[in-house]
Design a protein around this ligand. Structure first.
Ligand code: HEC
Length: 223
């Protein structure tokens, strides 16, 4: 499909918004770290700071935008997806779960996890995908908080946001629903061998909450 001028205009607007959001996040993190700092006479930026639930919304917006852009502008241009030909493909490479073994490139969910592993490495700020019907074991909801949050987003379809304590430290956490927005989400998961083996009775339908993205913001990081 050819993009028309109004969608170009929209894309430019979106790109600008994402730029602004990234800047906002930088400011927020500065605010959070200054608030946590126990001295040094720094100006109390956080006094006029941004509420953690808004910070979480900004971070989530960037993650979603990156994932959508990767799917739309990289995955959709490839000739093959998980062994199936893509009619509009122009790049001769396959997106596949076993990308490392096949010289292919990662699926969007894997790309997301690879980024999250880098960002969370050695950092109290963490984020990741979670699901009750996980293909990858790393996405299993484990803590009481995660279990409650997952149940809530499946029941309501809305984000679940709450303060919590992790290893004695205060956090603000938010779990955003990850919904089946494209037929490919449903088809790929419903036919995945791990899914069929673990959850033979779970058949995703369009619009279903398939899992969520959790963002854990430490509130007293002194660094
Ligand atoms: C071509 C196959 C494929 C498509 C299309 C796909 N996924 Fe996945 N998805 C996977 C695989 C494989 C994983 C596990 C990735 C990993 O190893 O981290 C995964 C992981 C996930 C997870 C984390 C829980 C888990 O299963 O480990 C969620 C939530 C999820 N996908 C939602 C979606 C949504 C929503 C869409 C559509 C926008 C989508 N997926 C499209 C294959 C796919």
């Amino acid at each position: 499909m050819r993009a028309n001028s109004s969608s170009n205009w929209f894309s430019r607007l979106k790109a600008k918004t994402i730029g602004m959001v990234s800047m906002a996040i930088a400011v927020c993190f500065l605010a959070v770290s200054c608030a946590g700092g126990s001295g040094g006479g720094s100006t109390p930026v956080a006094a006029a700071g941004i509420a953690p639930d808004i910070v979480a919304d900004y971070i989530h917006a960037v993650m979603e935008a990156d994932r959508t852009a990767y799917t739309k502008h990289v995955i959709n241009r490839l000739k093959t997806l998980e062994g199936k030909d893509k009619p509009d493909g122009v790049i001769d490479v396959e997106a596949t779960e076993s990308w490392q073994q096949t010289d292919g490139i990662p699926l969007p969910a894997q790309m997301f996890r690879l980024g999250s592993e880098i960002a969370s490495d050695g950092s109290p700020f963490t984020y990741q995908l979670l699901s009750s019907w996980y293909i990858n074991d790393n996405h299993e909801p484990r803590t009481e908080f995660e279990k409650t949050a997952i149940q809530s987003i499946v029941d309501t379809g809305e984000p679940y946001k709450e303060y919590q304590e992790v290893a004695g430290k205060p956090y603000f956490s938010a779990l955003y629903p990850d919904k089946a927005v494209a037929e490919a989400c449903v088809t790929c998961h419903n036919t995945h061998p791990t899914h069929l083996e673990r959850y033979p009775d779970k058949v995703f339908e369009m619009g279903d909450v398939m899992g969520g993205i959790i963002i854990n913001i430490p509130l007293d990081e002194a660094a």
